[in-house]
Design a protein around this ligand. Structure first.
Ligand code: NAI
Ligand code: MG
Length: 353
C-alpha cells in the first residue's frame, strides 16, 4: 500500500476549520480506494505563530516540508498582522521556494450553484486559469525612497523573465492540446509596453509549436467584461500573476462564490511538493463560528488527488460537490443552507461512499 506524506498548514481564521474537512475527505477516499493512504503532519504556522516568534514560519520551514508528497494549505492572514507580512512570509515563500510556477484554478459552474449572471446555464462556465505564480507583478522587487518626506517615491517592479513566461505559457498550451480546448492569453500590452509586449511575443513564439491549438489574446479589461457577458468564450486561460489573482476572484463570483473556488500551486516538474488550497482567505468574520464553507478546500484536496495520479477521484469529488448543490444537502450558509462546516464535511463523506 502506498503511503503519501501530506504536510498540512491550516493557517489562520477559518483555515483550520476548512482544512479539517479536507483531511476528513482524504481519509475517506483512502478508505474507499484501499490502494493508498495518507500520513498527515500539521505545521502550526501563520499569524499566531508570527505574534509569538516574529516569523510566519521557521527559517528551516521549506526544508521541513521538502520531503512531503504534497502540501495542503488553509489560509493565512489575520487582523493584527499586516497582510503583506503574512502573505509574503508564508504563502509567497512557499510558492516561490518550491518553484510552484503554475497556479491552476478551475472556474466551473456546477448544476445547483448560485450564479449572479442572467441566463447562464451550468456547462456555459467551464474554464481553467493557468496563472503565472512565481514572478510578474508579485516579485516583491522595488524601492521606497525618502519615506515620510515630500519627495517620497515608491517603485514596485514587475519581473517577466523569458524562462518564467515560456514555461507557464507552454504548460497552458500543453493543457489546451491535451483537452482539445481553446487557449486565451490575457494581458495589457497597450499600456504595459515592456512586460506584456514581451509576454505577447513569447505567447506567439511558443504557439508556433502548437498549430493545433486555437488561441485568442485579450486585454485584461476586455477579458473582465467578457467573463460577465460571454463566459463561454473562455476555456483554458493563461495570464500573469496579478491579472490571474483578480480574474479568478471574478471567476469564483460567477461560479458559486468564494466557498467553492479551489486552486493548485504546481511544480509541474515535480522537483518539490505542490500545494493545494482554497483561493479564499481566512475570512476573520467567520472564524470560530463554524459556518465556513469547506467545499473549496475539499475541491482543492481533489486537485491533490489528481496531482498524485488519481484523476478518477478528482472527478468523483467534483461530482459529489455538484450532487450536494443539486440536492441542497449539507450546504453552508453562503450557499443558502444551514449546515455547519463539519456537517457539510460529514454529508460529503456520506455521499462519496
Ligand atoms: P476572504 O476570502 O477571507 O473573505 C472574503 C469574504 O468571502 C468573507 O467575508 C466571506 O463572506 C466570504 N468567504 C470566503 N471564504 C469563505 C468560506 N469558505 N465560506 C464562507 N464564506 C467565505 O478575503 P478577505 O476578507 O479579503 O481577506 C481576509 C484575510 O485573508 C486577509 O488577511 C487576507 O490577506 C487573507 N487572504 C489570504 C489568502 C490566502 O491565504 N490564500 C487569499 C486571500 C486573502
Ligand atoms: Mg486572491
Amino acid at each position: 500500500m502506498k503511503t503519501y506524506q501530506i504536510a498540512v498548514i491550516p493557517g489562520d481564521g477559518i483555515g483550520p476549520e476548512v482544512m479539517r474537512e479536507a483531511v476528513k475527505v482524504l481519509n475517506a477516499v483512502s478508505a474507499l480506494d484501499g490502494g493508498f493512504n495518507f500520513e498527515f503532519t500539521e505545521y502550526p504556522w501563520g499569524c499566531e505563530y508570527y505574534l509569538k516568534t516574529g516569523e510566519m514560519m521557521p527559517e528551516d520551514g521549506l526544508e521541513r516540508l521538502k520531503g512531503s508528497d504534497a502540501i495542503l494549505l488553509g489560509a493565512v492572514g489575520y487582523p493584527g498582522v499586516p497582510d503583506h507580512i503574512s502573505l509574503r512570509g508564508l504563502l509567497l515563500k512557499l510558492r516561490r521556494g518550491f518553484d510552484q510556477y503554475v497556479n491552476l484554478r478551475p472556474v466551473k459552474l456546477l448544476e445547483g450553484a448560485p450564479c449572479p449572471l442572467k441566463d447562464v446555464k451550468p456547462g456555459e462556465i467551464d474554464m481553467v486559469f493557468v496563472r503565472e505564480n512565481s514572478e510578474g507583478e508579485y516579485s516583491g522587487q522595488g524601492a521606497w525612497l525618502y519615506p515620510d518626506s515630500p519627495q517620497e517615491v515608491v517603485i514596485q517592479d514587475a519581473v517577466f523573465s523569458r524562462k518564467g513566461c515560456e514555461r507557464v505559457i507552454r504548460y497552458a498550451y500543453e493543457l489546451a492540446r491535451r483537452e482539445g480546448k481553446t487557449l486565451t492569453s490575457i494581458i495589457k500590452a497597450n499600456a504595459l509596453n515592456y512586460s506584456m509586449v514581451f509576454w505577447d511575443q513569447v505567447f506567439e513564439e511558443v504557439g508556433r509549436e502548437y498549430p493545433d491549438v486555437e488561441t485568442q489574446s485579450l486585454l485584461v479589461d476586455a477579458a473582465a467584461m467578457f467573463m460577465i457577458k460571454n463566459p463561454k468564450r473562455f476555456q483554458v486561460v493563461v495570464t500573469s500573476n496579478l491579472f490571474g489573482d483578480i480574474l479568478t476572484d471574478l471567476g469564483a463570483a460567477i461560479s458559486g462564490g468564494m466557498g467553492l473556488a479551489a486552486g493548485a500551486n504546481l511544480d509541474p516538474e515535480r522537483r518539490y511538493p505542490s500545494m493545494f488550497e482554497p483561493i479564499h482567505g481566512s475570512a476573520p468574520k467567520h472564524a470560530g463560528k463554524g459556518d465556513a464553507n469547506p467545499l473549496a478546500s475539499i475541491w482543492a484536496a481533489g486537485q491533490l488527488l489528481d496531482h498524485l495520479g488519481y484523476p478518477d477521484w478528482y472527478g468523483k469529488i467534483v461530482d459529489t460537490v455538484e450532487r450536494m448543490l443539486k440536492e441542497k444537502q449539507g450546504l453552508t450558509k453562503d450557499l443558502g443552507g444551514s449546515a455547519s462546516t463539519s456537517e457539510c464535511g460529514d454529508v460529503f463523506v456520506k455521499l462519496l461512499g
